[in-house]
Write a protein that binds this ligand. Structure first.
Ligand code: ATP
Ligand code: MG
Length: 483
């Protein structure tokens, strides 16, 4: 069986499912790892090669060294791939090389040889079983991450050389672990200090990149390569397929990451609290405030994460824990006067704002997508009305008023956006979400803005569409926007 990435609904308008898996994978990865197109472009062909059954034998499918400033998405890339390929970002065999700085600690990784006292009690960290445990039914490719490789003891680097060279690791008890169906990622902060010096003159008072520097990425790449060659032997460097240098995040990338983090927080609330969920409304000014506080050249998106955690997640958790948030209510996050901190205020919900078993209207002439979503929503206990055209959709809602409508932009008899506007006229409280596989024309974009229709860009993961609908199911929802 040829492995495929998670069956993301295709943007194709044909009846036959003809998704271009590689394009989908690239697009989904680029959505999750913002502003690092080089990484996406380099990694995806190796996955394709594996999926096509053309990966060479006797070595891992791909070996990547990820370099660059802290908090720019190196580890995130591996986690995002795990989520896409296996459905969970935890499906990664991760070795923190910082734990193996001393020679004797390396035995923890491969187990002690027989004859050593207590060798049976030392369970190696890297076993075939553990490698297989991070694959899934959907995909047999395992992702192995050696984090902070520069910290590893020399004997670990030697062991690794065998893995990179032959795709095999020999354990203390003489058994072997086969890495021929693995992508191996090595991450390192080598050269980060020099990179930081190169980047820092470009940071203005806000700490964001202020000027375009077309030469910067080349400079960072060469700083990284010099540092790598200084640290590792030529044999080691020669076995790496690609050295990818991550770029400092631009203000646009940080803003996109902030939007993701807020959507993730909303999704977390929706999935963890179920019917007790509520909506988090973060207006533009608050987002700007968070960006201003959370932008740091030195720590990349890590600082943004900390700022969100400190100013939004923690206060929200306190409110939930102390019973200040009613199910279905709206929590609006605003900048306090003086701009020093944020305030969280709740607005109560009315009964009808919280549908227990929502009805969703789904309009698309792609039957595969219809059936796929129908199954998904039935599993969530939702009721689904389906239609393959705008005319059929208008008929479907005569007797039943859906809580939300998911409309394909390109319908056989018109535009999904216009249909959305009409549906809103008959049912003003209906939440409308537009799906599209291409860019919307500017006037349609403007209509979506005007009516607050979020636009879901194909391809998307099943979880994205479910979460988007969930977070829109109360009219006060505010975490939406472009996805
Ligand atoms: N390019 C990005 N796209 C999306 N999120 C990002 C990106 N970069 C960083 N983040 C966010 O910041 C967090 C930290 O990023 P990550 O762990 O990937 O940093 P890193 O590059 O591995 O840094 P380090 O060198 O310190 O290990 C991630 O969990 C993610 O939330
Ligand atoms: Mg990392």
């Amino acid at each position: 069986m040829v492995d495929r990435p998670k069956p993301a609904p295709s943007g194709a308008k044909t009846k036959k499912p003809t998704p271009d898996a590689a394009e989908n994978l690239t697009a989904i990865l680029a959505q999750k790892v913002v502003g690092q197109p080089a990484a996406t472009k380099v990694i995806v062909p190796y996955i394709q090669m594996y999926q096509a059954g053309l990966a060479p034998e006797g070595r891992p499918v791909g070996i990547f060294l990820l370099l660059g400033p802290t908090g720019t998405g190196k580890t995130k890339t591996v986690e995002a791939l795990a989520e896409i390929l296996h459905g969970s970002e935890k499906s990664v065999l991760k070795v923190d090389c910082g734990e193996f700085q001393m020679e004797h600690e390396v035995a923890k990784l491969i187990g002690a040889p027989p004859g050593y006292l207590g060798h049976r009690e030392t369970q190696p960290m890297l076993t075939q079983q553990k490698l297989n445990a991070v694959t899934s039914e959907r995909c047999g490719l395992s992702l192995v991450l050696f984090d902070e490789i520069e910290k590893a003891a020399p004997s670990l680097t030697r062991l690794l050389l065998g893995v990179l060279d032959k795709g095999v690791l020999r354990l203390g008890d003489n058994s072997t672990v086969n890495f021929e169906k693995s992508l191996v990622f090595l991450t390192s902060n080598l050269g980060a200090r020099e990179m930081w010096k190169e980047i820092s003159p470009d940071f203005g008072f806000q700490g964001g990149l202020t000027a375009e520097r077309p030469d910067l990425s080349h400079k960072l790449q060469s700083i990284a390569l010099v540092a790598v060659r200084k640290k590792f032997s030529p044999e080691f460097v020669n076995r790496i397929d690609c050295v990818i240098t991550y770029q400092p995040l631009t203000p646009e990338s940080l803003s996109a990451i902030l939007d993701h983090q807020i959507s993730d927080l909303q999704n977390h609330v929706n999935t963890r609290l179920g019917l007790r969920c509520f909506n988090i409304e973060v207006p533009f000014e608050t987002r700007q405030w968070l960006l201003h506080k959370g932008t740091s050249a030195e720590y990349g998106a890590r600082e943004l994460n900390r700022t969100i955690h400190r100013n939004l997640t923690q206060p929200l958790a306190t409110m939930v824990a102390t019973g200040q948030v009613e199910p279905g209510c709206r929590v609006r996050v605003e900048v306090e006067e003086g701009g020093e901190s944020l305030s969280l205020r709740t607005t109560a919900a009315t009964e009808e704002e919280l549908p227990a078993h929502p009805t969703v209207l789904l309009v698309d002439d792609n039957q595969d997508l219809l059936h796929f979503l129908e199954r998904l929503m039935a599993e969530a206990g939702w009721k689904l009305l389906t239609a393959e055209s705008a005319a059929a959709a208008r008929k479907a809602i005569v007797n039943e008023k859906p809580n939300a409508a998911l409309l394909d932009y390109m319908l056989p008899d018109g535009s999904g956006v216009e249909l959305g506007v009409q549906l809103r006229q008959t049912a003003p409280r209906m939440q409308v979400i537009v799906m599209t596989g291409s860019m919307l024309p500017p006037e349609e974009e403007a209509l979506c803005e005007e009516h607050d229709f979020p636009v879901l860009r194909k391809p998307f993961l099943a979880s994205d569409v479910m979460n988007q609908i969930r977070s829109r199911l109360t009219p006060a929802a505010g975490a939406g926007g472009r996805i």
